[in-house]
Design a protein around this ligand. Structure first.
Ligand code: CP
Ligand code: NVA
Length: 307
């Protein structure tokens, strides 16, 4: 694995390698600390957007593995404004061993990868969020002991997180249903690609506008914000369209009794998810957030440490 730009580029064996290594590194860390697999290695972290989880979990992952991370804030590099994306990649990759970047346009992360001498990891783009969805597979596996044959219902905007979940689920044989309002469904290219992965793994992809239909028989209900970073101008319009897609107790009651509720966070409580659900017995959102640390350790150990 050279770069990590999209789960669509990963082999099923590579996904399982990440999940197994994440489990081992989490166990090792809980026993008292990790081996310094990345001693002397440095990760440059470019952010065009805000972050809590991605920034802190990547930085701590590097530290726990004996390495070092440099946070470059949105104002610092000003990707493509102060300097071209290609030149940023050419220069930064002479100083660090790996680059993690959170960008607006997915084409920017592809360009970083094209011109970088070191591996590039996607920490979220307008197209996808692979580290999130890999970590979510790890969380589901940890909670349920398997992935194949489970059903994940994603309720909300057909956005970057939804795209990565479509790829992640279908690669490992999980069924996925997506319920979005008309006009906010995941784009056809992503759905088609996910369907081709589903055909290989023996799972199913179901796209609907009906949240109740989507959550029927679901083992996991997953939601995300109605307005993603960069779409703020559309927030008012979206707030009118999305309320029927709120994950609340009534919707959760329509899934399996033991359904788990997930959210990548940050949550806009009272919009896409109620407090009652986010803090209720089905919610695993904070275990989910913690696992970003463990899964990204595995990703870093593989990409930068040759594991
Ligand atoms: N889920 C996630 O990526 O959170 P941040 O935006 O806080 O990094
Ligand atoms: N879809 C959200 C995810 C945040 C982690 C966004 O892009 O803002």
């Amino acid at each position: 694995m050279e770069h990590l730009l999209s789960i669509a580029d990963l082999g099923v064996d590579e996904i399982w390698h990440i999940l197994n290594l994440a489990r081992d590194l989490k166990e090792e860390w809980k026993r008292g600390g990790n081996e310094p697999l990345l001693a002397g290695k440095t990760l440059g972290m470019i952010f065009q957007k805000p972050s809590l989880r991605t920034r802190v979990s990547f930085e701590m992952a590097m530290r726990h593995l004996g390495g070092y991370a440099i946070y470059l804030s949105p104002n610092e590099i000003q990707l493509g404004k102060r300097e071209s994306v290609a030149d940023v990649a050419r220069v930064l990759s002479r100083y660090v061993d790996g680059i993690m970047a959170r960008v607006f346009a997915h084409s920017d992360i592809e360009e970083l990868a094209r011109y970088s001498r070191v591996p590039v990891i996607n920490g979220l783009s307008d197209f996808n969020h692979p580290c999130q969805a890999l970590s979510d597979l790890f969380t589901i596996l940890e909670k349920r002991g398997r992935l194949e044959g489970l059903k994940l219902a994603y309720v909300g905007d057909g956005n970057n997180v939804c795209n990565s979940l479509l790829f992640a689920a279908t690669k490992v044989g999980m069924d996925i249903a997506v319920a979005s309002p008309k006009g906010y469904e995941p784009v056809p290219e992503v759905v088609e690609k996910a369907r081709s992965f589903a055909a290989e793994s023996g799972s199913e992809v179901f796209i609907t506008n009906d949240p109740v239909e989507a959550v029927q028989g679901a083992d996991i209900i997953y939601t995300d914000v109605w307005t993603s970073m960069g779409q703020e101008a559309e927030a008012e319009e979206r707030a009118k369209v999305f309320p029927p897609y709120q994950v609340n107790s009534t919707l959760v009651a329509k899934a399996k009794p033991e359904v788990m509720v997930m959210h990548c966070l940050p949550a806009h409580r009272g919009q896409e998810i109620t407090d009652e659900v986010a803090d209720g017995p089905h919610s695993i959102i904070f275990d989910q957030a913690e696992n970003r640390l463990h899964t990204q350790k595995a990703i870093l150990a593989i990409i930068l440490g040759g594991k």
